[in-house]
Design a protein around this ligand. Structure first.
Ligand SMILES: Cc1cc2nc3c(=O)[nH]c(=O)nc-3n(C[C@H](O)[C@H](O)[C@H](O)COP(=O)(O)OP(=O)(O)OC[C@H]3O[C@@H](n4cnc5c(N)ncnc54)[C@H](O)[C@@H]3O)c2cc1C
Length: 550
């Protein structure tokens, strides 16, 4: 594979030379470093590279250049290489410019001059950005292939699982695709039994369950140790924070998570309000970074779903979907919430066949040049609509309320208003979904009464509910299933009778001592990434206090 390119742009030749030298010194082995003396020259270079299909990973541009500013160049460069990381070099006084750059050129970072020493001021930032780029980059394909039907739930689940776990694959829709049919015939596989996952060595998995697939692509499904100090259920922001703090403070930590780390945040195309990321961060990147961080501190991750919790004296056992059990002293429950399903005729049958819940960003490419519908008016729906608008011909947001202002953050509303292919239809609800093999049309009800529209993809973001049914009754919850912890365990000032300890429960402790609760699943929690991260971190402090009482 050709080495991906880092392109430096500056009209000041001596500065350009210095940047290029610094880039070569650190990245020369893996990347090809190129230069351009102006914005226009850089755009010409990008055009040629694009024609030759060469990968570009990073654009590092000075701001103050005659003819075309760095922001203008980076904005135009999006057309050629939307995925390349865009970094602006500004003088210290150019913060205003940098903010404008975030909004218009969607830059990923701005660096201030001078950047000496590069080991401190340049490389850490660029290495991080290049890691992010690599995680999303799909080199010309040599590995795993998934052959299936676009309108099959199982196919959707397999692709979603691989994408979320950053396993590169190529998807072949069997409908009208000669290559897919030939591959199936060559491998003597039945076209009626899909999806099929084909590996580079010729091996195939037919309609695999996700654990089988996880094991085959090298994800861990069996715990390495007999016993842990801390078992964390869920690797969303709350669970990941508990894992980072737990492992970094010396606790033997095991995280149980059936999907890729990142949780609901992983399904968000861009989180723009998380502290320290002025240009926003995709949920998947945040999850991947936290996963690396926790692993570096020694936390272990299992690709498994927790299906039960058993308490035996001072030991806690988490039961897993494959029938195994893992044991530890303390459990942090951070399983978040799951998307609420549409309760209308046809919705259940067509789930995964045109109706998708939440983490369906993987479908975006398949919707290229089509019209898609997004149901819901909160931030999650807004982020999804903006994401789909990059691929789809038209995105129609179906909103039950009068508009978006009561339910969505202003920065998202502004973005939606600026995006010409998003239309918001308010005071309207989807009341029926229709189609045999796949979604074909939906019936809606608006101020003018009921009407039908053809629809092939409907993405639903209508709130979420906790999936806590698998926990024993001894873990108390509210009437919606959210888990009670700390002071919320008291009813009219009294702790439940089942609480036998001499002490009060710790702030995030559930009704069972040594079982803590963090994040969205907790009764009364603030549904934000930052608060989930905060609770996961704080829970570890109480874990220490609990363990100190042994
Ligand atoms: C599309 C979208 C956009 C959002 N945008 C923003 C935003 O811009 N800013 C912001 O602050 N917040 C945003 N949020 C909210 C934010 O993502 C959540 O508040 C946050 O993710 C909650 O973290 P959590 O760890 O508590 O739960 P989750 O993120 O829900 O993670 C829980 C994890 O537990 C796993 N799990 C569930 N059950 C089990 C089980 N039985 N066994 C093992 N694992 C299990 C799940 O697979 C999941 O990975 C957004 C949410 C969505 C859906």
């Amino acid at each position: 594979m050709a080495r991906p390119i880092l392109l430096a742009v500056d009209d000041d030749i001596s500065v350009l030379e210095a940047v290029v030298q610094d880039l070569r010194r650190q990245y020369g082995q893996t990347y090809r470093v190129m230069r351009a003396g102006s914005g226009q020259a850089a755009l010409d270079t990008l055009e040629q590279l694009k024609t030759r299909q060469e990968p570009v990973a990073l654009l590092l541009s000075d701001q103050r250049m005659p003819g075309m500013t760095g922001v203008d160049f980076l904005e135009k460069a999006i057309e050629f290489y939307p995925e390349a990381r865009r970094v602006l070099l500004t003088a210290y006084a150019d913060t205003e410019v940098a903010i404008r750059a975030i909004n218009t050129a969607r830059i990923h970072y701005y660096l201030t001059k001078p950047w000496d020493p590069p080991e401190e001021k340049l490389y850490p930032v660029l290495s991080d950005l290049l890691e992010d780029w690599k995680a999303g980059y799909r080199p010309p394909f040599e590995g795993l292939r998934v052959i299936g039907h676009r309108w099959s739930l199982r196919d959707h689940q397999v692709r979603n699982f691989l994408s979320q776990n950053h396993v590169p694959y190529r998807w072949l829709d069997v409908a009208g695709n000669d290559e897919a049919v030939k591959l199936l015939t060559d491998s003597q596989l039945d076209a009626d039994k899909l999806p099929v996952v084909l590996f580079a060595d010729g091996a195939a998995l037919v309609d695999p369950d996700l654990e089988e697939l996880a094991a085959r692509v090298g994800l861990r499904v069996k715990a390495e140790q007999e016993f842990y100090d801390l078992l964390v259920v869920g690797a969303g922001p709350a669970g990941l924070a508990a894992a980072v703090y737990g492992a970094s403070e010396g606790l033997r930590t095991l995280v149980i998570e059936p999907d890729a780390p990142g949780g609901q945040a992983g399904s968000s195309s861009k989180i723009e309000n998380y502290l320290g990321f002025p240009s926003g961060v995709t949920g998947a990147d945040l999850g991947r970074r936290a996963h690396v961080q926790a692993t570096r501190f020694g936390a272990e991750f299992l690709t498994q779903r927790a299906t039960g919790l058993r308490i035996d004296g001072q030991y806690r056992f988490v039961q897993l979907a494959d029938g195994r059990e893992v044991s530890g002293h303390v459990v942090v429950l951070a399983p978040g919430v799951q998307y609420r399903k549409l309760d209308i005729p046809g919705a259940e049958r067509l789930a995964g066949r045109g109706i998708y819940y939440g983490a369906a960003l993987v479908e975006a490419v398949a919707c290229k040049d089509e019209e898609v519908f997004v149901v819901g008016g909160a931030n999650s729906a807004g982020q999804a609509a903006l994401h789909f608008a990059k691929f789809a011909r038209k995105v129609t947001m179906v909103v039950r309320g009068d508009g978006l202002s009561a339910t969505m953050s202003k920065y998202l509303i502004d973005e939606i208003e600026k995006t010409s292919n998003i239309v918001v239809v308010s005071r309207t609800q989807v009341v029926e979904a229709d189609g045999e093999e796949r979604l074909v049309k939906v019936k809606m009800k608006g101020p003018q009464g009921e009407f039908e529209v053809p629809a092939s993809s409907l993405f639903v973001f209508i709130g979420a509910a906790p999936g806590t049914g698998w926990l024993p009754n001894s873990i108390l919850r509210d009437d919606k299933g959210f888990l009670l912890a700390g002071p919320d365990l008291k009813l009219e000032g009294k702790l439940p009778e089942s609480w036998r300890e001499q002490r009060e429960p710790y702030l995030l402790e559930s009704s069972v001592p040594g079982v803590f609760v963090a994040g969205d699943v907790r009764h009364g929690s603030v549904k934000r990434v930052a608060s989930a991260v905060g609770e996961g971190s704080i829970a570890v402090q109480f874990v220490h206090q609990y363990l100190a009482g042994f």
